[in-house]
Design a protein around this ligand. Sequence first.
Ligand code: ADE
Length: 320
Amino acid sequence: MKLDIVTIFPEYFAPLEISLLGKARRAGLLDVHVHDLRDWTHDRHRTVDDTPYGGGPGMVMKPDPWGEALDTLAPPNAASAAGNAASAANAAGAVNAASADADAANCDAAVNAASAATNAASADADAAAASPATNAGGDAASAGAAVPAGVVPRMIIPTPSGRPFTQALAAEYAAEPWLLFACGRYEGIDSRVAEEARTRMPVDEVSLGDFVLAGGEVAVLVMVEAIGRLLPGVLGNVDSVADDSFAPGPMESLLEGPVYTKPPVWRDRAVPDVLLSGHHGAIARWRRDEALRRTARHRPELLSRLASGPFDEHDRRVLR
Ligand code: ADE
């Protein structure tokens, strides 16, 4: 899977180099490209925001840098930018050989070269400095995760006014070959950017929940982790995904219950006997009962969804 992330804070994405996702990148399962939106500005201050029309507090992200980012990463009527690495590199050379060289030095050929092509003026030392941190590990990954020509990304814009991000949506995204995340800051991105993007690719505005973050970066980190761990080969044990809270199947609409490991007794607290019984049927039933109880306690509204699905007489007894 290919991921493009556009942000004014590329440094936020350093964690994608470690742990599960870092390993997935190095294994070629995930091809992550983090882009600094300011590379698509042309003024001395690299301005990305302006005051809102209609008045009100805060600032709104200007459409122009976003438009150029879209034109570079997902050109109109495009065969994919990634599928056109060679022509993008040529264009970069024609416009500004020096910028192309700086990017090539960071070995993120296809997308960074394309960025240099439209962005000769601003592909400067800052951009070059940002790339090694954010794109480290990209080389190994790009080999295994190329996007075929003609494929367009699915664009995801994190915003508190979007549709809810759920495990089902994470699974849907995990089946896509290419995602493009646009991190808004301030009061959000000028709405015409999403409108324009919709003329060339599917665009989802997605919310992590009923709270407001300072920007989309943390939301994207959350979504990328939720999506990335569902990619085939990323988790060692595929069964662990099936047991997750909200996983499709028996755990859908249920919160996962408590878990235990050795020792069997710790500070006078014993692990429930059934888990040591070796009786797989009884263990599965106990886990479901605990999941039902926990769901009733923390998320009672989920149980009404469950009632119309796989909900049996035993389940009802547990909850009485
Ligand atoms: N940006 C700011 N708040 C957010 C939220 N709750 N979900 C997604 N993106 C956001």
